[in-house]
Design a protein around this ligand. Structure first.
Ligand code: FES
Length: 128
């Protein structure tokens, strides 16, 4: 088990191409949210911040995928991102991507693994 990992949700909460789960994180710019989704069987984590303007992506909490279930989509102007990498796949993100947040899945649980740039906000205590 990785030191200081923080539980996000149960593995069963993430369906392939389905709703994601948001969770709070701290960054050098202050507290914000990140999210996890499942795509092609694997859990992916990103900062919930569009590369275009910097707003949250989801059009309703946890709604990150477009209708096809193949891309993550920003609700504001429709930028789309590849779920497996966070790279811009079309729209106003223009070659920029989502910031990856380190996550792990084990023992039926999804975990956020803090690092120096994306860490636990003060209100969340890591499990060591
Ligand atoms: S803010 Fe996301 S596409 Fe413009």
């Amino acid at each position: 088990m990785t030191d200081a990992a923080i539980p996000v949700c149960a593995s069963a909460d993430l369906v392939d191409g389905g709703d994601g789960v948001r969770f709070p994180v701290g960054t050098r710019d202050g507290q914000t949210t990140a999210f996890v989704v499942r795509f092609q069987g694997l859990v992916r984590g990103y900062l919930n911040r569009c590369a275009h303007v910097g707003v949250e992506l989801d059009w309703d909490p946890g709604k990150f995928f477009d209708r096809s279930g193949l891309y993550l989509m920003c609700a504001t102007h429709g930028a789309i991102y590849a779920p497996e990498s966070g790279r811009c796949a079309g729209g106003p993100c223009r070659g920029q991507g989502l910031r990856v947040v380190t996550v792990e899945e084990r023992d039926g649980q999804v975990w956020f693994v803090p690092d120096p740039s994306t860490f636990a906000p003060p209100s969340v205590r890591p499990i060591i």
